[in-house]
Design a protein around this ligand. Structure first.
Ligand SMILES: [Zn+2]
Length: 152
């Protein structure tokens, strides 16, 4: 990106220099018939080049390709950043689910819902395993106490 901008800046500078040079030559040519003829020939040659579109089509196509490419690269970058964020969210959710399963002594893979589960064969419902004391205190006790208060 920075390279392109720098390149564009150079082109503008070059164009300004060319215009300045042309002005200077035109001033010199004002009282020099030979120079006037040469200038006329140069301008004719330049006009022909522009009329036939020599080089400009390819340059335009190249510029369009570059623009499409940088757009595509920006889109890919944006999408992979989105994908990375989703993967982070998913990993966080999986970790949370595992902690909750440990807190209630359930199978971390299926919570006892899948008889084909390789870890518990569907026998890992909450309370099937020894709950993790710290996680039990963190996730279950507050809810238990709240429920107990409501029941009294
Ligand atoms: Zn299981």
């Amino acid at each position: 990106m920075a390279g392109q901008r720098r390149h564009g800046g150079l082109n503008v500078k070059k164009m300004e220099q060319n215009q300045l040079l042309e002005q200077m030559i035109a001033q010199q040519a004002a009282d020099n018939p030979q120079l006037q003829t040469m200038l006329a020939m140069m301008q004719q040659s330049k006009a022909n080049k522009t009329a036939t579109g020599e080089g400009s089509d390819t340059e335009q196509e190249l510029a369009a390709c570059r623009a499409r490419l940088s757009k595509a690269i920006a889109k890919i970058k944006q999408m992979s950043e989105g994908m990375e964020a989703l993967q982070q969210d998913l990993a966080a959710m999986v970790h949370f689910g595992e902690e909750l399963a440990h807190a209630v002594g359930a199978c971390t893979f299926c919570w006892g819902e899948d008889i084909a589960c390789r870890a518990c064969r569907g026998r890992g419902k909450p309370g099937s395993f020894e709950p993790d004391p710290a996680l039990f205190q963190r996730f279950v006790l507050p809810a238990y106490r709240r429920n107990k208060t409501n029941l009294q």
